[in-house]
Design a protein around this ligand. Sequence first.
Ligand code: PHE
Length: 340
Amino acid sequence: MIEKIHHLMQEIANLEAKSAQEAEILRIKYLSKKGEISQLMNDFRSVPAELKKEVGMKINELKTLAHEKINALKENADTASSTDEASLDLTRTPYPTPLGSRHPLTIVKNEIVDIFSRLGFTLAEGPEVEDDWHVYSSLNFADDHPARDMQDTFFVETHPDIILRSHTSSVQSRVMETTQPPIRILCPGRVYRNEAVSARAHCFFHQVEGLYIDKNVSFTDLKQVLLLFAQELFGPDTKIRLRPSYFPFTEPSAEMDVSCTICGGKGCSMCKGSGWLEILGCGMVDPAVLEANGIDSNVYTGYAFGMGIERITNLKYQVKDLRMFSENDVRFLDEFVSAR
Ligand code: PHE
């Protein structure tokens, strides 16, 4: 028995542990209820009475030794893992700090603004909560004009004349009433229409409006500026075509298509086989609109155009669902981290 105790003492004195877990395994092996030392206590019962004192002292000695040794192993393992110099590499680059990104609509808006500012357009803004005059009446919409229904306006309940603007054309009127030509402005902003929210429609979206008024402004100027714009935005091979259309505030009016940004005009699912994509409405400012806003239509002419920013962003980045733009899903927004 004494021999066995001496043997265990030697064994324990030489124990090593690389981690706190290993030290714990050793504690279980020697010091737990079913461990080797408890086993010895069981055997102790059969030790002859005259030897009990000596053997008992030895076992106590062994127990103390085991406790001290294993505790020391645990402590060493703890401090080793927290200051392990080999694992502390001060030359490593730090974890990258996640950066925010611009919203895709802001990226595209900035691009549009940038192109037109190089053509001499300056920014103008107007309120989103507007009155009927600036959104409709001053722009030649008759009181019962069906286009008012077409725009599906939100009214501010307490005041039938106060509405959420349904297009940025209201800013045209705001600028004309306070400024004499030459006027060359670009108006980006949010607009509202009473539409059920779906992948293809939303109750709010964004437009950029352009207005140029001066002496001798012609449809040719409009067409040339729009061609330059389309080629800057979608690439130098982009073609445009103008189709006759109708807006109450322009005469003549047109809608502009660009050659498909995906197939280049051959026809694909994006352009539904036509080779063309509609991107904006435009026209020569109706003389009645100039007059209603205090500009002499015998002296001045002008053109205007308006486009949806979501529409153009969809064409550039193939966003399939309009709702993505306002859901703030970081996985979506992260897609644009490297975009301008
Ligand atoms: N305001 C028109 C719309 O909301 C677009 C447009 C602007 C058309 C300027 C012609 C001239 O659809």
